[in-house]
Write a protein that binds this ligand. Structure first.
Ligand SMILES: Nc1ccn([C@@H]2O[C@H](COP(=O)(O)OP(=O)(O)OP(=O)(O)O)[C@@H](O)[C@H]2O)c(=O)n1
Ligand SMILES: C[C@](O)(CO)[C@H](O)COP(=O)(O)O
Length: 232
């Protein structure tokens, strides 16, 4: 079975307020993206890694990541305006013989090999799988500053990545979304809108998405605590 990974790293990181795209910010002396790629590179089940970066970051990715760390499985692809565009570009660059694709945010460096493998095994069975954690806070739906609904917390999960799919299914879901001009903030929603059931499996609270400046402080602490499956 041919398994590929698409690593979404084509964003600008606006909420990080840094001139450098946040996926290239240094964490303990290495770019954040190095750690994410290292975990996938050393996972035997992953045959190819499609790294999607923004047009203005292509040279930086080559100079700071691909050349110094000599990742063997990584193929560099240009990203798009939105995350969904980047992922679609990545999917189209996978080998046509791909059976399963693992889609993961480049800025989630603390993903574990167990979570990746669990998502692959679940996708072999269910064809579409999300990784997430039950929310800890009570969530409110707010409209114009007024709380209009309080969903039952027992039903609420914060979805993370990896999101892992039968390749043909997710490619079709992306194409259908593009044809109808639908944009979502993750990939499972594109399969949900086809009416196809998506399974949720347990991720980890440590599998954070580095998004805003305080996440860098948390990430430094996670590094000190030994989280993550990357080569140190
Ligand atoms: N056009 C885009 C936008 C986002 N991403 C990637 O999708 C992941 C999750 O997105 P997010 O955390 O929102 O990153 P940014 O879009 O860069 O952040 P912001 O919204 O603050 O600009 C990141 O690894 C990001 O690089 C991408 O590949 N292509
Ligand atoms: C895909 C994702 O990480 C799932 O939580 C999230 O939707 C990405 O959102 P972003 O705004 O692109 O960070």
């Amino acid at each position: 079975m041919k398994i590929a990974a698409v690593i979404a790293a084509g964003g600008r990181g606006r909420r990080m307020n840094s001139t450098l795209s946040k996926q290239f910010l240094m964490l303990k002396g290495r770019p954040i993206l190095y750690y994410t790629l290292s975990t996938f590179e050393t996972l035997a089940e992953i045959e190819e890694i499609i790294l999607v970066v923004g047009p203005s970051d292509i040279v930086h990715a080559e100079r700071e990541i691909l050349i110094p760390y000599r990742f063997k499985k990584v193929k560099l692809v240009e990203g798009g305006q939105e995350r969904q565009d980047s992922v679609y570009n990545g999917l189209r660059s996978c080998s046509p013989q791909t059976d399963i694709v693992v889609i993961h945010d480049g800025v989630r460096p603390f993903v574990t090999k167990k979570i990746i493998i669990d998502s692959i095994e679940a996708a072999k069975k269910y064809r579409a799988v999300g990784v997430g954690v039950p929310v800890k806070d009570t969530i409110k739906v707010v409209d114009k500053g007024v709380i209009i609904n309080t969903p039952d917390r027992k039903t609420l999960w914060a979805i993370q990545t990896p999101q892992t799919f039968e390749y043909k299914l997710i490619l079709r879901a992306h194409e259908e979304a593009r044809n109808s001009g639908f944009y979502g903030t993750d990939d499972t929603v594109l399969v949900e809108r086809l009416g196809f059931p998506v399974r949720m499996i347990e991720g980890a609270y440590e599998n954070i998405k580095i998004t805003t400046p305080e996440d860098m402080i948390v990430a430094e602490a996670f590094m000190d605590m030994g989280y993550g499956d990357f080569k140190r």
